[in-house]
Design a protein around this ligand. Structure first.
Ligand code: FA5
Length: 347
């Protein structure tokens, strides 16, 4: 048998001695369970632990020295294992000591998990649905990506109307569409589109509201945002009058603001209502605008196949953010969309 590469027994025993000393130092230095576990893997790890690497050197010990080397290996293995268990007990004892420490009061309440809440706009929408539901209006929905018929034509806004200007709308480029033809889709600029969708599919009488997002390329400022929400209302029946509209707006404002608030209507213009009005309520000593409204234009009734001689109605469109802001005294609409939890937690 060749002896030229055999590691002398003394070398092997020395390696084991210093490994045992290193392991004990590392286990004692571990300040918590995680550090102790790291040290255990370093020394006792089954695949790449340092004990395993030293053990491999036993192959180099001369045959007659192997019993002595194996004996020492076992002793060191047991010593390292014992040092590990001792360090484990020491850490457990320290943890128990901390619990007994009078400064550690187990009767103190724990850290409460943060409870999520609905966004103020969602809360407002739920409340508006509730109030209008009590006035007999049921919710209806329509798509946010619309075609020009529902956003414009059927609402009496013909192709040459300035309200269709690309600078005032978010037109969508549709893959494969010809560049010289007008885009045939846009993000809806008002919830009045839902009036048309409902009337196309329902016979009067109708009493609906629609709450949802609308989009306009408005520059963001304290009262404007390029995406905001509207509440549309539509009532179609026989012999509906402007007085009915004003009554519903007044009942709505009184319910929403929690007290009897005077409502006034001012002449305005919308292509889809005639006459058209702007509605204001008196709140905190001043008149505040809350939306547009009017009697549904006979052209709109015609466009959905209703006979204007038989049916009449009113519609209104209110800004949900503005309603939310007035209720909570929010002075900048942008706060509603920056998603700062410190702001949102207040509602
Ligand atoms: C309309 O959008 C009409 N469709 C309302 C209507 C419906 C009239 C039915 C007649 C019949 P107007 O553009 O004024 O109207 O918008 C209505 C409300 O939306 C405004 O009073 C305001 O409260 C809100 N609003 C308008 N632009 C913005 C914006 N950029 N950011 C936040 N709120 C806005």
């Amino acid at each position: 048998m060749s002896s030229e590469t055999a590691t002398p027994l003394d070398d092997f025993l020395n390696q084991l001695e210093s490994l045992a000393a290193d392991a004990e130092t590392a286990f004692n230095a571990a300040g918590d369970d995680e550090q102790l576990e790291q040290a255990r893997v370093e020394f006792l790890g089954a695949r790449q632990g340092r004990l395993k690497s030293v053990q491999k050197n036993m192959g180099k010990v001369a045959g007659e020295d192997k019993p002595a080397a194996g004996k020492k290996l076992n002793e060191v293995k047991n010593a390292i294992q014992a040092a590990f268990e001792q360090a484990q007990e020491k850490l457990a004892g320290a943890a128990a000591e901390r619990v007994r420490d009078p400064q550690f009061d187990v009767s103190l309440p724990g850290a409460a998990p943060r409870i999520g809440r609905l966004h103020p706009i969602t809360q407002t929408i739920e409340e508006l649905k509730d109030i209008m539901g009590r006035l007999g209006f049921t919710p209806a929905d329509g798509p946010e990506v619309e075609d020009p018929w529902h956003n414009f034509e059927a609402l009496n806004i013909p192709e040459i109307h300035p309200a269709r200007d690309p600078l005032d709308n978010f037109y969508l480029s549709v893959a494969g569409a010809q560049h010289d033809t007008a885009p045939d889709r846009l993000l809806r600029s008002q919830t009045s589109t839902v009036q048309i969708r409902v009337m196309e599919n329902t016979q009067p009488p109708i009493r609906i509201i629609s709450l949802g997002r609308v989009y306009r390329p408005d520059t963001a400022d304290p009262t404007h945002y390029p995406m905001f929400h509207q509440m549309e209302g539509l009532l179609i029946d026989r012999d509906v009058s402007l007085a009915d509209l004003k009554t519903v707006l007044r009942l709505f404002a009184t319910n929403y603001l929690g007290e009897s608030v005077p409502v006034r209507i001012r002449p305005s213009f919308f292509p889809f209502t005639e006459p058209s009005v702007e509605a204001d309520y008196h709140w905190n000593g001043k008149w505040v605008e809350f939306g547009g409204a009017g009697m549904v234009d006979p052209n709109v009734l015609n466009s959905v196949g209703y006979d204007p001689e038989v049916w009449s109605g009113f519609a209104f469109g209110l800004g949900v953010e503005r309603l939310c802001m007035i209720r909570h005294q929010i002075t900048d609409i942008r706060d509603l969309f920056t998603n700062d939890v410190r702001f949102l937690r207040q509602f």
